[in-house]
Structures are given as C-alpha cells and as structure tokens.
Ligand binder design. Structure first.
Ligand code: NOJ
Ligand code: NOJ
Length: 420
C-alpha cells in the first residue's frame, strides 16, 4: 500500500511537471480578444485606475493586430476564429484611418487615443515615432494578403494609393516615417527623447517593406525614395554599436525626458530584433545577442526572485527580465522597477528566432533549453487562471501593474509561435 501511494504520488508529480505551454497559448488568444473592441480599438489593459490603461496605444495595437493577422492567415487556425479575426482586422483598419484623421497634438506621432476615437491631450511623452512605422508594418502584411486574394480595389481605397498628399492608411504612415525619422522622438517606454534603436529599426524596416509594396503597386518613384530613406536610417543605426562592450546602445543623442537611466542597456534592443524578424534579422545579430547576455546577467542579480531557479515541479526557471536595469516604474507610479512578462518572453523569442537561422555562434540545443526556461518563468509567476499583467514583483513574484495587459498576451503568442 505504502509503495502504491508513493507510486501514485510519483505519477502525479510527473503529470504536474508537464508545463501547459499550449494551454496558455489558447488562454492568451482569449486574453487579447477580450481587449479588442467592436470599434476596432485595442485597449492596452482594462485597468482604469492605478494605472489607467484604458486607452488605445498605437504601438501596442499595431503589435497586437500584426499577431492577430498572422494567426488569421495561419493554415492551422480553425475557421471560426479565422473569420472572427478577419472581421476584427477590417474594423481595425477603419479605426486607424479615423485616428489618422482626428485632430491631435503631434500628428501621426501621437502615441495614444481615447477609446471613443478622440485624441488624448494629457501631458505625455510625445511624439512617439515608432507608432506609424509599426502600424504600417502591420497594415502592409494585411495589404499583401488582400492583394493575393484579389482585393486590390480595397487596398487602393483604404491602404495604399500613391496619391499625395496621402489619403490611405499605409501611404500616410510611410510618408510620415520617410519625413520624420531624422527627428528625435520619445522612446517606446515614453520616457526619453532622442534617437532610439527600437524606433529607427521599425522605421528602417517599414521603409524597406514600404518600398516593396510601392513597387508591387506600381508606385516606383516612391519605392526608390523609401529605399533611399532606409539606407540613410541604416547609417544612423550603425552609430548605436558600442565596440568596447560589443553591445547595442538603446538610445543616442538624448535630448530630454526622465534622467534616471545610467546604463545603455535596454530590452528594447531585443524587441526591435524579434518584432522585425521575418525569417531573417534586420539587426546585427551578434551584437543583439551580446546585449541580451548583458541584460540577463544584470537582471539576474538585480531581481531577488531570480535566486529561485526551480519551479514547483522541478522545472528550470529562466531569468526574469525587466525593461532596463535602472527602471523605477512600478506599474502604477514610481518606486521599484520589476520584471515584465513581455521582456522575459522576448528573450525566449529571440533565441528561438536565432535557432531558425543559419547564424551559428551558439549551440541550438542549448538555445531550446534556455528559451523553455523563460516560458517556465512566466508560467510560474502568472495567476493560476492564466491572466497576465504587465509586471511581476521583483521580491515576491506576484503579478503587479496593469492587469490583463494586451501586450503581455501578445508577447506570449509571438514567443510561442517562434518556439513551439
Ligand atoms: C507611464 C508610461 O507608460 C511608462 O512607460 C513610464 O515608465 C511611466 N509612465 C513613467 O513615465
Ligand atoms: C507602458 C509602456 O512603457 C508602453 O510601452 C506601453 O505602450 C504602455 N504602457 C501601454 O501598454
């Protein structure tokens, strides 16, 4: 009998040991869908106070809808979900056309909008010029699908038409990027004004893909112009490499914003790499890898939860990562910074992207193991019902900051799609 009980316990722990990576994938889809409104707006988080995230941020929304588009067009997606997503993509395009046209303070660099579609005029770090680049990248994926499906007319009336001044979604964003990448703007964390690796990478890739789409639609002068911009952006990007450490600086030429960042490390560099990866990288991979290693060792010592290396079923817990080492945003105000789900998952996604290329400076089996452990870290700290907030506390590991953050769910989806 005693042996039987031990045997049964052993079985239980074997069952418990299987981490439910795919269950959380489904849960994350539901998490995103719950935050997409009928209007086409995407709520960053349903949290309405401490913090109030019930706005539509152009960046979060563009990243969300790019992932929804990829799922919609993936062959394995069940047709019910596919139809629902295609409808949401249509609505989103009309929503964004409206945001482009509504009066606002900083043109297309305006970072966030009220959910009724008016601009938000609160004091804020603006402009944030990653927004139009990210939105164009998402809309261009949709446009290419539509062209393939024979929906050329709709592409020309809503998405891309060479007419100037631009009157379609993608063309407006591409023109804005082409004429403003050369100006400083606020970073994706809405804290510092300068030139940012993240923003410039999105802008460069938007120009490259914009050139391809322009060519496809017969707008060849624009194609040349966008390619030319991409080349010039690349020259600016080359200045971010720090030869003494082999890493990439997140920002150069800082001209304003919050003062507390003292190192040049930021997960934004990894986000730039994974968000533009399309089978090939648009970033210097070795330097990004080196940046990730430096970030990982910094956060490993800063966040005390990283001393716990094993989960409840004996699984290896990877390193919980935050935005940048000196972060003091607690999720609702200033205090202590914490690990973020989307940062912790970005590391997994980057390593999995890397293992899908021929860039061979790291053993692939090792990459798999490390990226799995990043997922384990996330599953270990998330709520039992699979809800993902923005952050988890650096000391006790409990979720913190905006609840049900759309971008946290999206980061799970993109990392999972890269890794499994
Ligand atoms: C809210 C922003 O969204 C967040 O990124 C930032 O860290 C804090 N405000 C502090 O500026
Ligand atoms: C704060 C983050 O720093 C910023 O990147 C994001 O856009 C907003 N929260 C909304 O999620």
């Amino acid at each position: 009998m005693k042996n039987f009980v031990l045997f049964a316990l052993g079985l239980m722990s074997i069952t418990a040991r299987a981490q439910d990576y795919s269950g959380q994938y489904q849960r994350s889809i539901s998490g995103v869908l719950a935050n997409i409104q009928l209007s086409g707006a995407v709520v960053a988080s349903p949290s309405t106070s401490e913090p109030n995230y019930s706005y539509d941020w152009v960046r979060d929304t563009a990243l969300t809808m790019k992932t929804m588009a990829r799922i919609a067009y993936a062959p394995e997606t069940p047709s019910g979900l596919k139809q629902d997503l295609l409808m949401k993509l249509d609505r989103w395009i009309h929503w964004e056309l409206h945001l482009q046209e509504t009066p606002k303070l900083t043109d297309l660099g305006e970072p966030r909008f009220n959910l009724n579609g008016t601009a938000n005029f609160d004091p804020w770090g603006r402009p944030q010029n990653d927004g139009p680049a990210l939105r164009a990248l998402t809309a261009m994926e949709i446009a290419n699908h539509w062209i393939n499906e024979g929906r050329l007319k709709e592409v020309q009336t809503l998405l891309y038409n060479g007419v100037l001044p631009a009157n379609t979604l993608i063309k407006r964003d591409l023109e804005y990027v082409a004429h403003h990448w050369n100006e400083t703007s606020f970073d994706l964390w809405e804290e510092e004004r300068g030139f940012h690796f993240y923003t410039l990478t999105a802008q460069k890739v938007a120009m490259l893909k914009g050139a391809l789409l322009a060519r496809r639609l017969g707008d060849s002068a624009a194609a040349d112009f966008y390619n030319d911009q991409a080349n010039q952006i690349q020259i600016l990007l080359n200045g971010f490499y720090d030869p003494s450490s082999g890493t990439i600086r997140y920002t150069i030429n800082k001209v304003g914003g919050l003062p507390h960042k003292t190192s040049s490390l930021d997960i934004a560099v990894i986000l730039a790499a994974i968000q533009t990866f399309d089978g090939s990288f648009y970033v210097p991979v070795k330097a990004v890898y080196q940046t990730l290693s430096s970030l990982t060792s910094a956060f490993n010592s800063i966040y005390s939860i990283n001393q716990v290396k094993q989960g409840f079923s004996g699984e290896t817990l990877g390193v919980a990562l935050g935005r940048y080492p000196q972060d003091i945003y607690s999720g609702a105000g200033f205090g202590e910074g914490n690990p973020w789900f989307l940062s912790t998952l970005a590391s997994a996604e980057f390593l999995c992207d890397l293992s899908h290329t021929n860039i061979g400076f790291r053993a692939k089996s090792n990459l798999d193991e490390i990226s799995k452990s990043q997922f384990n870290r996330v599953l270990h700290h998330m709520l039992p019902n699979g809800a993902l907030s923005e952050q988890f506390n650096r000391h006790n590991g409990y979720e913190q900051g905006a609840r049900d953050l759309t971008w946290s769910y999206v980061s799970y989806l993109t990392a999972y799609r890269a890794c499994f």
